[in-house]
Design a protein. Structure first.
Length: 85
């Protein structure tokens, strides 16, 4: 049971990493990368949206830094470490 939870959390971490990497590149609007981007957003957004509503993006000049991805990432890492082996 715990192994299954660990695998699901690790897969979610990979989705978060993919979302972070793809967010660094501009969206073309079409193509296979847009399909991957939309799938990753569909998987991760239900978890990130509630965190983002509690902690809005931090303003750095004209830039908004979204900390929700970082917070969820750290929480999942802590949970993975706390799971029984």
């Amino acid at each position: 049971m715990w192994a299954l939870i660990a695998v699901v959390l690790q897969l979610f971490l990979l989705c978060l990493l993919g979302r972070m990497v793809l967010s660094w590149f501009p969206s073309s609007g079409t193509g296979p990368m847009e399909t991957v981007r939309s799938v990753l957003y569909a998987i991760t957004e239900p978890v990130l949206a509630p965190v983002r509503s509690l902690l809005p993006p931090v303003r750095l000049g004209g830039l908004g830094l979204d900390l929700s991805v970082t917070i969820v990432f750290i929480v999942i890492l802590v949970v993975l470490q706390a799971l029984p082996r």
